[in-house]
Design a protein around this ligand. Structure first.
Ligand SMILES: NC(=O)c1ccc[n+]([C@@H]2O[C@H](COP(=O)([O-])OP(=O)(O)OC[C@H]3O[C@@H](n4cnc5c(N)ncnc54)[C@H](OP(=O)(O)O)[C@@H]3O)[C@@H](O)[C@H]2O)c1
Length: 405
């Protein structure tokens, strides 16, 4: 990228999280090329204050309005020009600003849906980490991307790897292609297996939130860490891949790869399998998407294959990880099934983190929520939001009735 071109302006949704911090680290390495226009958080005043002082954005948003007031007071002395906004609607506002080029969607969970969708509706380059938004609104979201000439680049390391291994003609919007037409037979989505890959069903009964959040290879937020431990994260990724790459669950094979060096692969009709490799550090896909179609440094340590020594692969045991099965089934059913799956998962994971639910009961709550609700085929935004709210309440009721006390 030439330094004489104007800086790319970024809204960073979820700046205080794990992806948010990694994004700021990459941006900080390329200050001439990128400018932070807006930073957002939910409640973490302390961290957002430090980020505002370092990156001096035009806007700072806190969803929690009391937190926004606190931030405003603390910024008033030193940075009176930063506009501090409070409330969830302000996320949509900063994701839609006419002056911004890129929206990094790094809010965790369904809370990211509306601002991420707004970014697509305003034709931005959307860097998608918030997989839950796509799981909830896949069809609507992909339609918004196409209709508004937005650009969607995956940040999830697996999807970013698949994107890099696909033939570029597949993403040429002037021509419609199927995977078969570009010679792709299927996608191999790699999974580390999380911290409990080698546990048996008996051991899984007793695992704690602390153990579940200690991922062997990746540093991540608590929700995605639990999702990785249950393998719901892989399930959400299967759904995400179906939408991003216009394919079906049958064309996506999950392969356990404990070293997390191969981030995913694409298999071709001539027997070739293309893989993307790298150290497990989210700054690689973030730098890839920020610089795309060019390349730039990310600060990630170069891969030393001799030091790694070996790369292993295993099949997934779905009896140990039923969340992955539930995600495949929900995507096959389609319609609102994935909305319900996602909502029930968020409630169950939070209950597990709050020690109200055991690890193995997460899948049971999701399955019971799916069974208790009627699934609808037609999905518009109002249906998605209503079904999401209903599924959350249903999951809470199931936990309160069957699992607490
Ligand atoms: N971490 C990874 O390596 C990784 C890899 C691939 C994909 N992803 C995906 O990226 C997304 C973010 O993950 P993460 O690990 O970075 O999460 P995280 O560390 O938990 O950070 C979440 C961010 O979202 C904000 N947030 C939380 N609840 C919110 C709400 N209700 N409304 C608005 N903002 C809210 C948080 O603000 P506060 O700090 O104020 O709470 C924080 O900035 C997830 O969808 C995850 O699946 C993450």
């Amino acid at each position: 990228m030439s330094t004489s071109t104007p800086a790319v302006k970024i809204t960073l949704l979820g700046s205080t999280g794990s992806i948010g911090v990694s994004t700021l680290d990459v941006v900080n390495q390329h200050p001439q090329q990128f400018e932070i226009t807006a930073l957002t958080a939910n409640t973490n005043v302390k961290k957002l204050l430090i980020q505002c002082q370092q990156f001096n954005p035009r806007y700072a948003v806190m969803v929690d309005v009391d937190a926004a007031e606190q931030l405003k007071k603390q910024l008033h002395q030193t940075h009176p020009d930063i506009i501090v906004l409070g409330g969830a609607e302000a996320l949509v506002q900063v994701a839609s600003l006419p002056e911004i080029d890129v929206v990094m969607a790094a809010i965790v969970g369904g809370a990211g849906l509306l601002p991420t969708l707004a970014a697509a509706q305003h034709g931005k380059r959307v860097l998608l980490a918030n997989k839950e938004a796509l799981v909830m609104s896949g069809q609507l979201f992909m339609q918004a991307v196409t209709e508004n000439q937005a650009e969607l680049l995956p940040i999830d390391s697996e999807h970013n790897a698949i994107f890099q291994c696909m033939p570029s003609v597949y993403f040429d919007k002037t021509q419609a292609h199927t995977l078969q037409q570009v010679g792709v037979t299927h996608i191999l989505l790699t999974a580390s297996g999380g911290p409990f890959r080698t546990y048996n069903l008996e051991q899984l009964q007793r695992v704690t939130p602390e153990q579940a959040c200690a991922h062997p290879n990746w540093q991540m937020g608590r929700k995605i860490s639990v999702d990785s431990a249950t393998m719901m994260n892989k399930g959400l990724e299967v759904i995400e891949a179906c939408w991003l790459f216009a394919t079906t669950p049958a064309k996506i094979e999950v392969v356990l790869h404990p070293q997390s060096v191969i981030h995913s692969m694409v298999a071709y009709t001539d027997g070739s399998v293309l893989a993307q490799l790298g150290n497990p550090d989210m700054r690689t896909p973030i730098a890839h998407a920020l610089a795309y179609p060019q390349r730039m440094s990310s600060g990630v340590t170069p891969l030393d294959l001799v030091k790694i020594g070996r790369l292993d692969f295993e099949a997934v045991d779905l009896t140990k990880f039923p969340c992955l099965r539930l995600a495949y089934e929900a995507m096959q059913v389609g319609g609102t099934a994935t909305v319900i799956l996602n909502a029930a998962n968020e409630i169950a994971v939070q209950a597990f983190l709050d020690k109200q639910l055991r690890f193995v009961e997460i899948a049971a709550v999701i399955e019971a929520t799916l069974a208790a609700m009627t699934q609808h085929e037609f999905i518009d935004l109002n249906t998605i939001l209503a079904e999401d709210a209903l599924a959350r309440q249903t999951a809470r009721d199931i936990i309160a009735t069957n699992y607490r006390g």
